[in-house]
Design a binder for this molecule. Structure first.
Ligand SMILES: [Zn+2]
Length: 338
């Protein structure tokens, strides 16, 4: 068996906070009526150390995480409704993806591994008055607070701006100790259940902090931490919602892979069948109902690694085998077109 034990310096090179897996598992078993899962990534063997919904088979097949999670949760509780979206959450699609048939969710839970998406969720939650259950994990540390818009401080009251790139440890540089996920996701799921049962006003305004390796736990009282001049909940300037899609090519945290997000193609999904046919002459191709995957040839001089291209119906792609955005963009343009 592969060794997945987290050492004192948890294994780097594994992406995703894993909070989404653990939260979804709790809420599905609790029997919430409907769960909407949104994830842009593919299951990788390095995820299995902490992302409890996935198996070695999911990793071998590089299944999209949202779809693998949906399959697993259906087996856990077939009576709930599961909406799985293989998508990158952006200012352009967030309202639509989170709306669901009921118009808006009862609660939004943070299972992200990046600040851009987290601040986007905070904007939407405050704008629409939806409770937002924040959680974050990195290394051996975790943090959790529940934001009730209009009552408790929002994320930007506490941390006005996301940290500058490169200044904070990430899942790439520090890994994540599995049990930290369990404790933070447990706090998040528990608050979500209380909110859904109408007991949100009994959740104290506080920020919980854990460092399981140092044996450190702390509760910060946030009763007076709401700021009138907070750009989001005070001044109601929703800067992250207003922003365009920040990057067309982004290196995925912790992986030798780059995501390519083409401009919106509303109402014009990609014809995966014909793309698979076109790529048939290039290398080994696999077609499913939600993606095409092709193994691309190495560079003509043999110096470049072989890359794998996974293209989804909305035109988004993940290029594995490189961390260079320019190379990924070039491969996308060459094999998918722009
Ligand atoms: Zn605020």
């Amino acid at each position: 068996m592969r060794d997945r034990t987290a050492s004192p310096a948890p294994t780097p090179r594994s992406s995703g906070s894993a909070l989404g897996s653990a939260i979804a598992d709790h809420l599905a078993r609790a029997g919430v009526g409907r769960l909407t899962l949104i994830d842009r990534d593919l299951v990788d063997a390095t995820n299995l150390q902490r992302q409890s919904l996935y198996t070695e088979r999911d990793a071998a097949e590089q299944s999209p995480k949202a779809e693998a999670a949906r399959r697993r949760l259906t087996e856990v509780n077939s009576e709930i409704t599961l909406d799985a979206h293989i998508a990158d959450l952006t200012p352009r699609n967030i309202a639509q993806l989170l709306a669901g048939p009921a118009g808006r969710p009862d609660v939004i839970l943070d299972g992200t591994d990046n600040f851009e998406t987290r601040y986007l969720l905070n904007d939407l939650a405050v704008r629409d008055g939806v409770p937002f259950v924040y959680g974050g994990v990195v290394g051996t540390r975790g943090m959790q607070t529940t934001i009730r818009p209009g009552t408790t401080p929002c994320l930007r009251c506490l941390f006005e701006d996301p940290p500058a790139p490169g200044t904070q440890p990430t899942c790439d540089t520090a890994g994540v100790l599995g049990p930290v996920v369990a404790i933070v996701a447990g706090c998040q799921a528990s608050d979500a259940i209380r909110l859904m049962l109408g007991q949100g006003d009994r959740i104290p305004a506080s920020l919980l902090e854990f460092d399981l390796w140092a044996g450190h736990r702390r509760r910060l009282d946030l009763t007076d931490a709401r700021r009138e001049n907070c750009p989001c909940c005070g001044l109601r300037r929703f800067e992250f919602l207003a922003g365009g899609n920040a990057s067309a090519a982004a290196t995925l945290c912790g992986q030798n892979a780059v995501q390519i997000s083409p401009p919106d193609r509303p109402g014009r999904p990609l014809d995966l069948g014909s793309l698979a046919e076109r790529l048939g002459g290039v290398g080994e191709v696999r077609l499913t109902s939600f993606m095409v995957r092709a193994t691309l040839p190495a560079g003509p001089d043999g110096s470049q690694e072989r890359c794998t291209l996974t293209v989804f119906r909305d035109g988004r792609a993940i290029v594995s085998g490189t961390a260079l955005p320019d190379r990924a963009r070039a491969l996308y343009a060459r094999y998918v077109g722009s």
